[in-house]
Design a protein around this ligand. Structure first.
Ligand SMILES: *Cc1c(COP(=O)(O)O)cnc(C)c1O
Length: 214
């Protein structure tokens, strides 16, 4: 597969779901990929999506090093945010997986020094034995606490349980309902194996890695 093929898959899934073409944005997950792979397999296609493809990284130092080499692309951070790594988030425009108010406050404090702040998404726990994410009963209070820090909360993010894409459907549907209840416009959900199901359930951002580099 290649990026244009994944993009065709995204457009087809939008159409099947009765959603407007272009309502889903592809985040190219480049973790573990070197600059050469990014330069040959992602950047040449930038014209295929308005604003180009944001690059998604999951480890803070890797993000810092790559962003220094490629300062003119849009960077997203999709991994768990450690408090002592917040300083590396300066180039980032969207944090996908914020999990608590402490992270938000650390980010807001750093952003005040930088003079600009990334937008954030809150990561929902997916109901499986998963280490990361906000449990549903805590979502409203975490949301309120993050808003208090002054960060712009754009939506929710969730990762489906590993396995078949059909197991992902109820997890995605639940996240979509909760985002809607909070009045949040964005939903980051769907990876190489399940992005079509995520789009069916309302994803606005899909985070695809492996399929772009096969
Ligand atoms: C690695 C990763 C992805 C991309 O997964 P692929 O299966 O490579 O498409 C998406 N989201 C997160 C949070 C990841 O860590």
């Amino acid at each position: 597969m290649s990026l244009p093929e994944v993009l065709a898959g995204i457009r087809a899934a939008e159409q099947r779901a009765g959603r407007p073409a272009g309502s889903v944005r592809l985040v190219a997950v480049t973790k573990g990929q070197d600059l050469e792979a990014i330069r040959t397999q992602v950047l040449p296609y930038a014209d295929l999506q308005p604003g180009g493809f944001p690059l998604g990284e999951g480890r803070a130092q890797e993000l810092r090093d790559k962003a220094a080499q490629l300062p003119d692309v849009e960077w997203h951070f999709i991994g768990p945010l450690q408090l002592n790594k917040v300083k590396y988030m300066r180039p980032v425009t969207l944090i996908h997986a914020l999990e608590d108010v402490r992270q938000a406050q650390a980010l807001a404090d750093a952003a005040a020094k930088w003079g600009h702040a990334p937008d954030v998404l809150l990561q929902l726990h997916n109901g499986e034995a998963q280490k990361h994410g906000i449990h549903p009963q805590d979502l409203r209070s975490v949301y309120a606490g993050v808003v208090q820090t002054g960060l712009n909360v754009r939506g929710l993010m969730v990762m489906a349980p590993e396995g078949d894409a059909d197991a992902a459907r109820p997890v995605f549907a639940d996240a979509a309902r909760r985002a809607h209840d909070l009045g949040l416009p964005d939903l980051s959900m769907g990876m190489s194996g399940d992005y079509a199901v995520a789009i069916e359930q309302g994803a606005t951002l899909v985070r695809v890695g492996r399929s772009l580099f096969l």
